[in-house]
Design a binder for this molecule. Sequence first.
Ligand code: ADP
Ligand code: MG
Length: 738
Amino acid sequence: MPHDFNILTQDIKYLQGVGPNRAELLAKELSISTLGDLLSYYPYKYIDRSRIYKICDIDGNMPYVQLCGQILSFESMGEGAGKRLIAHFSDSTGVIDLIWFQGIKYAVKNYECRKSYIVFGKPGVFNGHLQIAHPEIEKAPESVRYEARTTGDLFEQTTATGTSSVNPNNPNLQDGHDTQPTFFKGLCPSYNTSEKMKRSGLTSSGMAKLTANLFKLLKEPLPETLPDYIIAKHGLMSYNDAVRNIHYPASPDLLRQAQLRLKFEELFYVQLNILRYAKDRQLRYRGILFNTIGDNFNTFYHSHLPFQLTEAQKRVIREIRADMKSGRQMNRLLQGDVGSGKTLVALMVSLIALDNNCQACIMAPTEILAEQHVETIRKFLGDMNIRVELLTGTIKGKKRQKILNDLLTGEIHILVGTHAVIEDEVVFHQLGLVVIDEQHRFGVAQRAKLWMKNSTPPHVLVMTATPIPRTLAMTLYGDLDVSIIDELPPGRKPIHTVHMYDSHRSKIYALMHRELQIGRQIYIVYPLIKETEKMDMKDLEAGYDEISAAFPAYKVSKVHGKMKPAEKDAEMQRFANHETHILVSTTVIEVGVNVPNASVMIIENTERFGLSQLHQLRGRVGRGADQSYCVLVSKVELSETTRKRIQIMVDSTDGFEIAEQDLKLRGPGDLEGTQQSGMAFDLKIANLARDGQILTIARNTAQEVIDSDPEERNQLNNILWNHLRELRKSNINWGAIS
Ligand code: ADP
Ligand code: MG
């Protein structure tokens, strides 16, 4: 009889040991509602329980250990919140205290003196006594019983009431004969569970009992989820063996193979999903064909470009150009470190749009940046007959109306603006290209809105200076092609970065004095975090007063997020015009501002910034040809991780390397820019920081499948398209990727 594949869709409620109450808990706490959900709730670690320790060999620094012995006596201590239960537990070699602060009644009721137990937990020392708090306890099987030392005279015997009863709602208490014992079996799975679940007996070992019960039902092999040829090509374990070994590894080697197989599969389907959508979109939407390189581009390139393009800029422009003449709509992510010259690339590809009778639109995340772009672009273009206009929320009335009109008639060639350009009233004559600067501030939905501004969707170039590690970019922006500017314009001196403690003010001031004297400007940045906003503002105010007092010969600007945009811009402008010398601010200056004369960036409370943010801030200096400095100021006591993070900043000026390290230290969920990406990080087993290699192979494999079987005709791939459809049905996020 063929195996009933649908067994995995069965309600978890009917699994032995679950029932309606626990089913509700499982659904609520872990979104487990079917047997299949439980099957793919993988352990987060494994504990080697192949060994039983002797109590005489235990010390308080050991990790989890397994002991076998008997409880000699119980002792209750303390009152109220300090109440605790101690069981004196012994094998033939020594005594250790088992301690409960919670679940005292339960322990008293269920554990008996003079019966053999396997005890599992993390030993520690308190008041000179070895102890294990909240141990896991199971009845010992016959084969491993130890004789407990008779120590009745050492401890007063208190009574432990009750006998070991079998509680049907609590598999923890079931006798060994009808559940497989989970102890003494080599690598044992540990499952994450919540406090609520633990209270209902769904501890890690409670969950292990459930998965053990599940495997008892799954007698037939589970159906394969990848085509044979892919399994063979990559030497993967079968799905059936993998899920069994991921829960109950037969050996460390088989565990590794199981992990590899399941990680590959997970990443493969994520990639197949994204690439399939990208392909569909290509088929559905045609792109505007830009086949001309005309006067605008050529005139600019030959007689207005003030310097040589870097090789990286040239390469990127070629990549973009190839997209725009392919007949497909371009969706490209341009990653380039701060100062790598992305603005110029944006301008030059805009000129290609103009050469093909289209308009271009450049979007920036803030007003001041949009203004700077307009200024820069106008300067670059000089006397060329190209009209560039600015549109932001503060441009109103007649002026706004005129811009809207001239856009519609096509008299404006390049529109630069904030998100104001997305609004419905902004209508173009023929929009051919949209450039989005600093992508992470724009959501996917906003990007999509821009597509609708033309009957054929415009080409889209997304530029970001927050370098996203390749592995993450593939998953986040898997539908975007990626170009990278990995080279800075020549003549830049790497920024000299140092870490100083806040007690070393005088050294910091000395550096500031020296730079101010030779006519340079200085940024001082304070963190601003929502929860501590009041304190942060105080820090900023105090810093401003202190600096003003210490540098009476110089003018100090102050900028923070609470100021009105116009005020803020005016103050920034004063600094940019060199009317002030020192700018004390919160992180509002983070993105894009260009003041080449500034040579020192001082970052206060460095420990409170993320690495990518620090890198962005540091990128505000080193924009001219002079040596620039970044001073990372922190308090003296730092955690190990913070110390490491600061060291990475001191050692490297390469944004990609920093982002890669950041990902390793913090994990992808925390990474800046991932929240609005539309892709939730609900990977079950793969880890983007650690599994980059597997991801690359998985992505290439997915791409090969799509290229070699674009119409889904290859029978061998049936498994795979069916499985993808199932996944799309059960993962809401999977349909939402733009
Ligand atoms: P970002 O990539 O951070 O947006 P910008 O576009 O603001 O960088 O460029 C930083 C500075 O480098 C600008 O002053 C720009 O004019 C200059 N620049 C850009 N490309 C080159 C180049 N090929 N050679 C020299 N300077 C360049
Ligand atoms: Mg820029």
